[in-house]
Design a protein around this ligand. Structure first.
Ligand code: C2E
Ligand code: SIN
Ligand code: SIN
Ligand code: FE
Length: 653
């Protein structure tokens, strides 16, 4: 899986953009709505003002015409000047006022007809709906024609005559009509203007509802299809321990989303590791290799310096440290633990195994302080381990042992790690079953064959046990003295112990008459006897072939040992006459163990030698029969072989 933040963010980004745009549009609609309302208010005011004025001019016309008519009436009876003084008017001013009012009325009326009204510098356009007022305008036009005529007559009159009287009467009688029409036109324009801006306002309101709906739907998508699954996925992953950031469900901010996306990408990378781990478990390698793989891969997810596995004994009373991988920082692990066994009921691990539950200890020092000193606790504390997660390993629901993930730092583990490892522990157990358990079954079958071979030429069944013990002791002295340090790992020592008993398995192919001959062998008989090394290797190679389905070498070391345990350092051995370092290290170790046991044991053809006599014979073979360096170490550690010999000495051999 590729790391692709942009891709993961895209739907979130799109939806957020949609929400933002919708929000801006909603805002724009609100602003427009307010602008429109303000504009309508202003235009209403203009209309009221203009038509109010028009009506004022109408009144003015009527009043001025009346004054002029009265003046003309009185003109004959009174002195002109006197009349003017009495009434405070000058006839010319009244005529001027009438002319102006007429002009002003006409201007507003013409503007109304054109559909454009002007107020200050503002132009009010109602040309779109002036047609609604067309009948009224037509009426005013006709009325005004007569008005205009009458005004002209009044303005031009010097004296009263029937025409002037008629004009004055007309103005007086039709004044109200003109006022009405003006009012009606104003009403129509006002209503239409309200209707038209009402339509615009309605449009904006609809748009606001629409964009709000879009915003709500987008938010719903964001939450329902992105945020919630995002949170769920994230929480799920954090539950199995893949993510370390605790997540609170809810609507994440951008600040939260970006690290979350990065986290999730990381998690996918980690899942990839898990997948390759599972693949490895299914088709790859030995259990130790899998453990190594876990060790290197999962240090990214879970802090640890050491992973150890302790297996339950068959009777379920003991645990023994069986596998361990370390990052090299811990001191003496796994060496100091390997092979160590302890009574299950003396540890708190018994409860763990019985309940099948896991445990986090985040401060091992504090944990161990109030407990009786247990060697393994002491060993891991001395190694620098300060925190550990312990999980039971189960195969088909039955406990087979425990696995430890340990760190040199305190307080590094949390529930998330535990959840993740619980998942992993199952896979480890299954892989353990697939490799170790099946290995064990095959190994046991082969070992049974070796016992069968051994039973025919030795007095007791102890020979194989002694071979195990002596070989292991010699391998351990090599390890302690850093001899062949690269090769002699703890796993190698375990394997030497495991495979050394197989060295004479080829004797199943040698006739009893030779094997059990009381005296010395003839040359031909010995040639026949020598074939047991090749027979043995062949048997194991055959078993190994059947193991190929398991995908790893089970008997590699067994083949080396079986084939090479009668080779001699100086090249005089068999079956190939290999010399020195051509002989595998395992075979050089087992050769010494084999001869030590043959010498100290009773054989159909010989009496046992004492350990000291045997050491003497081995020392004589140094550099001829045996690897001289290994002989030196054996001589320096005679007491250990002797002690083991004495433990076996209760039974005759
Ligand atoms: P084994 O009895 O287990 O002996 C293993 C090896 O121990 C021998 O390998 C030899 O290197 C050494 N060894 C055993 N006895 C003596 C001894 O008295 N002196 C010395 N210096 N070394 C001793 P080797 O010789 O290749 O023999 C392989 C196997 O052949 C022996 O296994 C045994 O099963 C058989 N074998 C060897 N010699 C005789 C014999 O004279 N009579 C009979 N019946 N079997 C023999
Ligand atoms: C181990 O770490 O390999 C086993 C731990 C123990 O002995 O308890
Ligand atoms: C124990 O509790 O007995 C073992 C401590 C550990 O988990 O390493
Ligand atoms: Fe042999």
């Amino acid at each position: 899986m590729k790391k692709n933040n942009a891709l993961t963010l895209k739907p979130v980004r799109t939806i957020v953009i949609i929400i933002l745009i919708a929000f801006v549009l909603i805002l724009a609609c609100f602003i427009s709505l307010r602008e429109y309302a303000a504009k309508r208010d202003y235009e209403d005011k203009i209309l009221l003002n203009l038509y109010g004025k028009q009506r004022m001019y109408t009144q003015s016309i009527s009043k001025d015409a009346g004054l002029i008519y009265t003046f003309l009436l009185n003109q004959n009876a009174n002195n002109n000047d006197l009349y003017i003084i009495e009434n405070g008017y000058r006839i010319d001013d009244i005529r001027e006022s009438l002319r102006n009012s007429k002009q002003s009325f006409l201007e507003i009326f013409e503007a109304t007809q054109s559909g454009y009204l002007t107020w200050d510098s503002y132009e009010l356009n109602f040309s779109g709906f002036i047609s609604k007022a067309s009948s009224h305008i037509e009426d005013i036009k006709n009325l005004w024609l007569n008005f205009d005529n009458a005004i002209m007559i009044i303005l031009e009159a010097d004296e009263i005559n029937s025409e002037v009287t008629e004009a004055a009467l007309y103005i007086n009688n039709h004044n109200l009509e003109l006022l009405d029409y003006s009012e009606q036109i104003q009403e129509i324009i006002l209503n239409e203007s309200i209707k038209s801006s009402g339509r615009m306002e309605m449009l904006f309101r609809v748009l606001i509802v629409l964009f709000s709906a879009i915003t709500i739907i987008a938010l719903f998508h964001l939450v329902r299809f992105i945020i919630l699954p995002f949170n769920q996925l994230y929480q799920g992953l954090s539950q199995i321990g893949l993510s370390e950031i605790p997540v609170k469900p809810g609507f994440p901010t951008k600040k939260k989303v970006i690290p979350m996306v990065n986290e999730i990408s990381d998690i996918f990378l980690k899942i990839e590791d898990l997948i390759s781990l599972i693949q490895n478990m299914n088709n790859n390698s030995s259990f130790t290799e899998i453990l190594d793989f876990i060790n290197t891969t999962f240090s990214k997810i879970i802090p640890y310096n050491y992973i150890g596995i302790a297996l339950l004994s068959d009777d379920k009373t003991q645990l023994s440290a069986s596998y361990g991988v370390s990052d090299g920082l811990v001191l003496g692990l796994p060496e100091n633990l390997m092979g160590l066994s302890f009574e299950l009921n003396e540890t708190s691990l018994e409860e763990l195994i019985q309940s099948g539950s896991s445990r986090i200890i985040n401060d091992l020092e504090a944990y161990a302080a109030d407990k009786p000193k247990k060697t393994y606790n002491q060993i891991i504390l001395n190694a620098g381990i300060r925190a550990s997660i312990t999980l039971p390993l189960k195969v088909s629901g039955k406990p087979v042992g425990i696995i430890f993930f340990s760190s040199m730092n305190k307080n590094v583990y949390h529930e998330g790690h535990l959840n993740f490892l619980e998942t992993l522990a199952n896979s480890i157990a299954i892989s353990f079953y697939q490799t170790t358990y099946i290995d064990n079954i095959i190994y046991s079958s082969v070992l049974a064959l070796a016992k069968l071979a051994e039973a025919r030429d030795s007095d007791t069944g102890e020979h194989l046990e002694r071979m195990k013990t002596y070989s292991r002791i010699i391998a351990e002295t090599l390890h302690e003295n850093d001899m062949y340090a690269n090769q002699v790992t703890w796993e190698f020592i375990n394997n030497i112990e495991r495979y050394s008993p197989l060295h004479d398995i080829g004797k199943v192919g040698v006739a009893d008459s030779i094997l059990q001959k009381p005296g010395n062998l003839t040359k031909e008989e010995f040639e026949e006897m020598k074939k047991h090394a090749l027979y043995g290797a062949e048997v194991l190679r055959y078993a190994e072939q059947n193991m190929e389905r398991q995908g790893h070498s089970l008997f590699g070391l067994g083949i080396e040992i079986t084939e090479g345990h009668h080779e001699k350092w100086d090249g005089s051995g068999y079956p190939y006459g290999r010399k020195g370092l051509e002989i595998p290290l395992s075979a050089r170790i087992v050769a010494i163990a084999d001869v030590f046991d043959a010498l100290t044991s009773r054989r159909p053809y010989k009496e046992p030698f004492s350990p000291e006599e045997s050491f003497k014979i081995i020392e004589e073979g140094k550099g001829k029969h045996f690897d001289p360096d290994i002989v030196d170490l054996v001589m320096a550690n005679k007491y250990r072989l002797k002690k083991a010999y004495k433990n076996f000495a209760t039974v005759p051999h």
